[in-house]
Write a protein that binds this ligand. Structure first.
Ligand code: BTN
Length: 246
């Protein structure tokens, strides 16, 4: 296996992504090293948000990757395979799981996992990639003002063994990462798009011009979201340029 070749556990950390970046500078980590912790004092989310996770209840991990064959313009494929690996894990326990573009993992209208991928680009290569995953497993109540968090336990009523979940997640991520290394780009994109939250459904979104109705059709290779408007025209959006109205 690549992902999970080495697992480093820390009782608590400021952030597993930050720890992975520090270790990368000072150590020779094998590709696929997983840094995990029970508790983060400064867990980081997308758009500068904090990531809430009760001590010892959820999976908080960062994976160190060296995707040397991935050119920077294809870096969204890293995001796609990690999202798919998490979704494969969730589907072990829950029938339907969706990926809310670009990489939130959703069950129904609620967010069960978030992903913070930090790539380091050197010339025409992705030198390394730190894929940080917060996956809610056993937390019963969320206190932050995040709009719609949920956990496996809230959905199923079952209390899960975190070590078993970690091993399963790592194995699911490893399979997906190997698809990327094997160059199965078309299959990865097809799987990713087919699992998109709100694919081909008419919903409200907002952009710099206000709220509009549209249907998600696909993503570009660069990871831009393609939304079809009423007039049949498709607009491509980057992450900061469009909001889902939930
Ligand atoms: C999001 O905002 O949806 C992304 C959340 C990512 C949280 C995870 S928890 C493990 C890793 N370490 C961090 O500080 N953040 C990521």
């Amino acid at each position: 296996m690549i992902i999970g070749s080495k697992i480093l556990f820390f009782e608590n950390l400021p952030s597993t992504n930050t720890k992975a970046a520090i270790l990368l500078k000072s150590n020779e980590l094998p590709e696929g090293t997983v840094i995990c912790t029970n508790y983060q004092l400064a867990g980081r989310g997308q758009k500068g948000n904090k990531w809430e996770s009760e001590n010892g209840k959820n999976l908080l991990i960062s994976i160190v990757l060296f995707p040397s064959k991935i050119i920077p313009s294809d870096q969204f494929y890293i995001s796609m395979v990690v999202s798919l690996g998490i979704s494969d894990f969730v589907k072990r326990y829950i029938q339907v799981c969706r990926i809310k573009w670009p990489n939130d993992i959703y069950v129904n209208n609620d967010k069960i996992a978030g992903l913070l991928i930090e790539n380091s680009i050197m010339g025409d290569q992705v030198e390394n990639s730190i894929a940080g995953i917060g996956l809610n497993i056993n937390q019963d109540k969320f206190l932050s003002d995040a709009p719609n968090p949920v956990s496996l336990k809230i959905i199923t009523g079952i209390n899960f063994d975190l070590t078993t979940c970690l091993n399963q997640l790592v194995s699911d991520l490893d399979k997906r990462y190997k698809q990327l290394i094997a160059g199965e780009y078309e299959q990865i994109k097809e799987d990713y798009v087919s699992q998109l939250f709100r694919l081909n459904e008419l919903h409200n979104y907002s952009d710099k011009n206000g709220i509009f109705k549209g249907k998600i059709k696909s993503v570009t290779d660069y990871g831009r979201l393609q939304i079809e408007r009423g007039n049949g025209l498709i607009n491509d959006y980057s992450f900061k340029d469009v909001e889902f109205i939930l």
